[in-house]
Design a protein around this ligand. Sequence first.
Ligand SMILES: NC(=O)c1ccc[n+]([C@@H]2O[C@H](COP(=O)([O-])OP(=O)(O)OC[C@H]3O[C@@H](n4cnc5c(N)ncnc54)[C@H](O)[C@@H]3O)[C@@H](O)[C@H]2O)c1
Length: 245
Amino acid sequence: MRLQDKVAIITGAARGIGQGAAEVFCREGATVIIWDVLEEGEATAQSLTDRGYRASFMPVSTTDVPRIEAAARDVVDRYGRIDILINNAGITRDKTLLKMSYDDWQQVIDVNLSGVFNCTKVVAPYMVEQQYGRIICTSSINGVHGAFGQTNYAAAKAGIIGMVRTWAKELGPKGITANAVAPGYIRTPMTDAMPEEVRKQAVSSIPVRRMGEPSDIAYAYLFLASDEASFVNGHVLAVNGGQAL
Ligand SMILES: NC(=O)c1ccc[n+]([C@@H]2O[C@H](COP(=O)([O-])OP(=O)(O)OC[C@H]3O[C@@H](n4cnc5c(N)ncnc54)[C@H](O)[C@@H]3O)[C@@H](O)[C@H]2O)c1
């Protein structure tokens, strides 16, 4: 029970990696609050509470600052504190530079970069007040190395690394750590949308010869959220089966 009595907000946890993280965090004793734009978040939270875990869903877009402010206040009113923020929500709008529209660019920057800023900006003051917090942001192998067709996504995911390293410096003295996880290819609805051929090619370039599962990333989040990781700050943890070293 590494997260006994901890209160964790996980964005984008209605499905995919975030859902896997909600599951693992509940099992480790946390109260999990799912912030997502998908109504499926309700069923995800329900399936956790049905098994006796503490979980709830709040419809929150990470692009809507007034809604984030109200939801964070609601979490603190209900549960007394916010110990962990996992900025996991993300989208793709893949196209090569020559075909990418300004709208494709802006949508991905709004959710994948500004969304992380928005949630952290709102939640950090509560953590400062407590003199305790764990901020974990989901970058990507493609933010570190770039990827064909992902100017927008790679820029946002690289930007997350810059923010995390800055927050590590600014918030470290206040009892708060900030770290990123950079997943490789993980089997979720996001990658289910990739053409079969591209997925096969990706797997052949992964030394462990499989795609990751949401739980592979959830356990990385768990480590960074745990008390054992209190000296890990500003780190980018690659979880990619050895695809990029
Ligand atoms: N799957 C992969 O291979 C992979 C690899 C590297 C990084 N990632 C990153 O991991 C994170 C989770 O990805 P996933 O594969 O589970 O994707 P997914 O599409 O299955 O889940 C993403 C979740 O984010 C939610 N979301 C989207 N926009 C939102 C918004 N504005 N506000 C709140 N919630 C919003 C979606 O509704 C969905 O529930 C993302 O940040 C993604 O970029 C995924």
